[in-house]
Design a protein around this ligand. Structure first.
Ligand SMILES: Nc1ncnc2c1ncn2[C@@H]1O[C@H](COP(=O)(O)OP(=O)(O)OP(=O)(O)O)[C@@H](O)[C@H]1O
Ligand SMILES: [Mg+2]
Length: 253
């Protein structure tokens, strides 16, 4: 199982939009068996995936010692299963932090061993935060995708994120930054191109940029997230959908 974490300390950059749609694409079009982990107490991806509030969540793994197989839910797509999150993750993070007798960062890793070989890909949507559940997610992550807006102001945040990933190598030597992914990209001829500025970070940068959705595409993106559909179902020919397909190809090339 290859595990990919979408991450950035900055909120609203598109982590959930891109991770959920990539999961859908890999499961439906690429016919891969995909496990999605919602690691954000906001639970946006869980709602999109149709989570059953009566079933267990990631918090139960972290806090109550539940096995991954006890909390995995099926989505409406045969190849896409998921582990949901809700506000319980807030309490779980505090509980894990207060646990002094056991290692705090490998709980998820231990809970996952039993199901890891059932899936080809695991995609994790992380919160705009660094906490114990994020460290747990990074302990099982192979490839990190740092999602960013094309703004020079975002550079410091990306550098901080990259430094955190370096630290995680102490307990997960397999982790690496697959790339910085620019979302909501718009090019103005009279402004310096922020994508070019990003190259100065010295980090791997995805060649594919996800375009800023036009008014029509944005409407469809919002409809998709409200109705639990993917951008590929509601607007397969939108630029954003095509960019996402190129991103998937680049990610798995
Ligand atoms: N390429 C795009 N063009 C236009 N709007 C976009 C694009 N990608 C995402 N958005 C919009 O940006 C908003 C934030 O997206 P999203 O929730 O995916 O960000 P996030 O990084 O997961 O946020 P958070 O940090 O709160 O979890 C949403 O309204 C989404 O529809
Ligand atoms: Mg999100």
């Amino acid at each position: 199982m290859k595990t990919i974490s979408f991450i950035n300390l900055k909120g609203g950059v598109g982590k959930t939009t891109l991770s959920t749609n990539l999961a859908y694409l890999l499961a439906e079009s690429w016919e891969l068996k995909v496990l999605f982990i919602d690691n954000d107490k906001q639970g946006n991806a869980s709602r999109w995936l149709g989570a059953d509030p009566n079933q267990g969540t990631l918090a139960n793994i972290l806090m109550d010692g539940a096995k991954a197989s006890e909390v995995v839910q099926s989505s409406r797509h045969g190849n896409l299963d998921f582990i949901a999150a809700d506000m319980g993750l807030l309490e779980a993070n505090l509980a894990v932090l207060g646990r002094k007798t056991q290692r705090q960062d490998v709980i998820l890793k231990q809970a996952f061993e039993e199901i890891a070989d059932q899936y080809a890909v695991c995609i994790i949507d992380n919160p705009p935060d660094i906490n114990m559940s994020v460290f747990n997610a990074l302990s099982i992550t192979d490839d990190v995708v740092i999602v960013t807006l094309p703004e020079t102001d975002s550079m410091d945040g990306i550098k901080k994120m990259a430094a955190q990933i370096e630290d995680v190598k102490q307990f997960n030597p397999y982790i690496s930054i697959k790339g910085v992914l620019v979302n909501q990209y718009l090019s103005y001829p009279d402004l310096s191109d922020s994508y070019e500025d990003m190259k100065a970070l010295g980090l791997p940068l995805f060649h594919t940029k996800i375009s800023y959705a036009t008014r029509e595409a944005k409407y469809r993106l919002m409809t998709a997230s409200k109705t639990g559909k993917s951008i590929f179902e509601v607007c397969p020919n939108c630029r954003v959908a095509r960019d996402m397909m190129h991103f998937a190809e680049e990610m798995f090339a």
